[in-house]
Design a protein around this ligand. Structure first.
Ligand code: NA7
Length: 577
């Protein structure tokens, strides 16, 4: 989530496009019914029931609904789950929590909410975040516009009426002028393709589809397949109570300590007093975290200074070791080897059995070139007698049996199998909906050789459709990007509303320029040499076996500057009619 581009100014230089923007800048949330245009009757005559349909009620969908209400848009949100929260609704696996500091992650748009809400831990656990997002839904009375258990099957553009027809899996159809996808970047869970998965007689769960009922691991024989961020969080939690835990690891990841801790009332009061400063910092850093690359190269300092700096980062909370490290760590091979050596030393110190330690040290990629899972005594788990590590590359899983797992050299019996096998990332959620644009073209066809977009939010031939967490949006500390994207889309809609515009479409040339920029940013990044969801690889999904430039790797301020420039130039590169 870090690239080569130096952070640039993150100032919002948009011209005053609407009263909504000014109201927001004045601080807090203002109900802007005064600017709202009522639904026009031609629209009603054309059978367009909604001004906007939003797919998904996670953080982006919730915030988008709030902003659309300010514009007076009649909005319907369709959500597949039974509650709000998106990622924090579905990922309720044991140990699930933030890797971003809690106070840098929550919504920043409502100053009252910031004062009302208390985070209890530096990195809040999933139940707390779900509670927080429910509070937001309550506070703004959002549920009355959200239809739950409503999974969208297709969305088809109708040129004659300039509207979208959205069909749910139950067959019901809904018509809307605008369509906004709030379907997440890591929201389409993928299962392995082993035979026998359905035959297993015990309990089995994917981390991203975890049940609401408590799963009791005490005294159970448990398998965890996968050692990404979700697997690591699950493993360190399950290891506390399971009678036996076998971890099936195909590729080790470089993990670093989270250093979580409780937040006292006094500390929370102090954090509250600094919210402006915290969010300003997030606006300026490379990927919206509190941490940002250290402005020195690895070998600019002496070996002793380097070691001391790395020790300091290793002992500090959060992602500093990854996104606050020497600025050349992810582009200079020797620098990357140096930090990898440092982390390998730590793993060897923490894992008692040298053979197990070697299994846990990545050999095919350097530190930070894949997502770094943050951990709490993860490595120490492997010192426990109830935890075993299996190398799934050396002895691959051949099948799931009714009683457990068969590998190429052994058979294991389990009561519970946890699939921490990740997501069809970035565009996976899009591939699961039949999106059709002008002349019936499918999004899948257009994205056959890799997704394209204009600033991750628009796609030519898909008029009036906006993607809040589309491919090539700035990732990192995601809520910061969500807030920006929602506000950018809302400003565009306010502009369209004021000018009576009913058709908005990205121009191919503007998309080409943006995509060239996205491709250029990825050049020279060591992460581009490694298979991961960040390079579009998911070995469980056909057609996703090869690395591509799957995401925007530049800075968040750089991303915002590009998007703001479009807005400031009266939406240059976007056709409006
Ligand atoms: P990840 O990071 O994609 O990790 C998935 C893990 O599952 C990874 O270790 C995979 O090994 C492993 N996996 C997947 N399929 C198999 C099969 N068939 N056999 C063995 N092992 C397998 O997903 P997460 O949910 O942990 O995290 C995703 C992001 O969500 C995370 O980065 C956060 O930003 C939030 P592999 O590495 O492919 O060899």
């Amino acid at each position: 989530m870090m690239g080569v581009e130096p952070p640039v100014s993150g100032t919002d230089d948009r011209k005053s496009l609407s009263i909504t923007v000014q109201a927001r800048k004045a601080g807090g949330l203002v109900t802007m019914s005064a600017v709202a245009e009522p639904m026009t009757s031609p629209k009603m005559a054309a059978g367009i029931t909604y001004d906007a349909i939003v797919i998904g009620a996670g953080m982006s969908g919730l915030y988008q609904l709030i902003r659309l209400r300010e514009l007076g848009f009649k909005t319907r949100v369709f959500e597949a789950g039974t509650g709000v929260g998106g990622t924090w609704y579905w990922n309720r696996y044991p140990g699930c929590r933030f890797d971003s500091e809690s106070y840098s992650y929550g919504f920043s748009f409502d100053k009252d909410l910031l004062q009302e809400w208390s985070w209890t831990e530096h990195f809040a656990p999933q139940p707390e975040t779900e509670k927080y997002l429910n509070l937001v839904a309550d506070k703004y009375d959002l549920r009355r516009d959200i239809q739950f258990q409503a999974r969208v099957a297709s969305a088809h553009w109708q040129e004659t009426t300039r509207s979208w027809t959205v069909t749910l899996e139950d067959g019901s159809q809904h018509h809307s002028r605008f369509l906004i996808t709030a379907i997440g970047a890591l929201s389409a869970p993928t299962m392995p393709t082993f035979p026998g998965i359905k035959d297993f007689k015990g309990q089995s769960f994917h981390t991203g589809l975890w049940p609401k009922e408590k799963v009791d691991f005490a005294g159970k024989r448990v398998a965890v397949i996968g050692t990404g961020a979700s697997g690591v969080q699950t493993i360190q939690e399950v290891a506390k109570t399971a009678a036996q835990l076998v971890v099936f690891q195909r590729t080790p990841n470089w993990c670093a300590p989270l250093h979580n801790g409780k937040i006292s009332a006094a500390e929370m009061a102090e954090i509250r007093s600094r919210y402006d400063e915290i969010f300003k910092r997030c606006e300026e850093t490379f990927s919206c975290f509190l941490h940002t690359p250290h402005p020195q190269n690895t070998f600019d300092v002496s070996a002793a200074e380097r070691e001391a700096f790395l020790e300091k980062l290793y002992s500090e909370r959060g992602f500093g070791i990854w996104v606050g490290n020497f600025q050349d760590m992810l582009t200079n091979r020797a620098a990357n080897e140096e930090i990898s050596r440092f982390i390998a030393k730590k793993i060897r110190q923490r894992v008692k059995d040298p053979k197990v330690a070697e299994m846990l040290i990545p050999k095919n990629h350097g530190f930070g070139t894949r997502r770094v899972p943050l951990e709490t005594f993860y490595y120490e788990c492997y010192n426990q007698p109830n935890v075993t590590l299996v190398d799934s590359k050396a002895t691959p899983i051949e099948r799931i049996t009714p009683t457990g797992i068969k590998t190429s050299d052994a058979e294991y019996e389990f009561d519970i199998i946890v699939y921490a096998t990740g997501f069809d990332a970035l565009r996976g959620a899009f591939d699961r909906i039949d999106f059709r644009g002008t002349d019936g073209v499918t999004l899948k066809e257009i994205w056959q050789d890799g997704a394209t977009s204009l600033v991750g939010m628009l796609q030519s031939r898909f008029p009036n459709m906006f993607m809040l967490l589309g491919p090539h949006t700035a990732l990192g500390n995601i809520p910061r990007s969500i807030e920006f994207n929602v506000e950018w889309v809302s400003d565009l809609l306010a502009y369209a509303q004021q000018k009576g515009i009913t058709r908005v479409e990205a121009q191919q040339e503007a998309m080409d320029r943006w995509m060239e920029h996205v491709m250029d940013l990825a050049k020279g990044l060591l992460s581009m040499e490694v298979d991961s969801w960040m390079t579009g690889v998911n070995l469980n999904v056909s057609g996703k076996q090869k690395r591509i430039v799957a995401r925007y790797t530049g800075s968040a301020p750089g991303y915002r500057a590009w998007a703001n420039d479009i807005a400031a130039k009266d939406y240059a590169g976007i056709s409006m009619a």
